[in-house]
Design a protein around this ligand. Structure first.
Ligand SMILES: CC(C)(COP(=O)(O)OP(=O)(O)OC[C@H]1O[C@@H](n2cnc3c(N)ncnc32)[C@H](O)[C@@H]1OP(=O)(O)O)[C@@H](O)C(=O)NCCC(=O)NCCS
Length: 185
């Protein structure tokens, strides 16, 4: 897969691998306590740490895997990130998303995440994709449910309670999605 193949386009968005020039925006995204509240992550110390993260990420993530920068298809603005992270040990695939507050409640996460799921099943041939959200994170849980994911289990890590959702390739291919014309099946 070359870099072009890694891009995912939707009606309003382009998802692409992180680039070094995203460091400042990624630092700012992770500096908002409202954005970070239910992520379990800590903010970057500065843009240089975000830059180190991006460089390391570009080297270690397999093509098609890892969170991707989500940009505005019109003007290229970095809006946040979304994508499929593969756990090095368990090989579990985790769908995740995070956006600047100014972009919330416009369906952006759902649009980006639906495209990530589609790429995961149709391009990467995955058999199952999981998503997890803290039980207080109602917006995130709503997005996972809107994608057709089903509640699977509760997991606890570092004293935090997470609700785990998942969807299999079979469930995904059987679900009716608004972006698909039923007459085409
Ligand atoms: C979670 C997050 C990605 C959602 O992004 P978004 O672009 O606003 O999501 P969408 O607009 O696609 O969908 C959000 C849905 O949640 C619903 N929602 C939002 N707040 C809610 C709440 N408090 N209770 C119930 N539903 C809520 C919205 O109404 C919407 O559903 P609808 O389209 O049926 O009306 C965004 O809030 C975010 O970046 N949060 C910080 C990072 C984070 O928590 N990431 C997830 C970690 S697991």
């Amino acid at each position: 897969m070359d870099q072009q193949d890694l891009k995912i386009k939707t009606a309003r968005l382009i998802l692409r691998p992180f680039q070094p020039q995203d460091a400042q925006a990624l630092f700012e995204l992770n500096s908002d306590p409202d954005v970070m509240r239910y992520t379990g992550d800590r903010p970057f110390v500065d843009a240089a740490e975000a830059s180190d993260f991006i460089n390391q990420y570009r080297e270690t993530e397999d093509p098609g895997f890892g969170r991707m920068a989500v940009t505005n298809a019109q003007d290229g603005e970095f809006m946040g990130f979304c994508g499929l992270k593969r756990d090095a040990k368990t090989r579990e695939i985790d769908l995740g998303f995070r956006f600047f507050r100014r972009h919330w409640a416009k369906g952006i996460a759902t649009e980006a995440a639906a495209a990530s799921l589609d790429a995961g099943f149709s391009r990467l041939g995955l058999s199952e994709i999981t998503g997890r959200a803290m039980r207080e994170n109602l917006a995130s849980i709503t997005v996972l449910q809107k994608l057709g994911m089903r509640f699977k289990e509760i997991s606890e890590s570092a004293g935090l309670i997470w609700l785990v959702y998942s969807i299999s390739a079979q469930e995904y291919s059987g679900q009716s999605r608004p972006d698909r014309d039923p007459r085409a099946r």
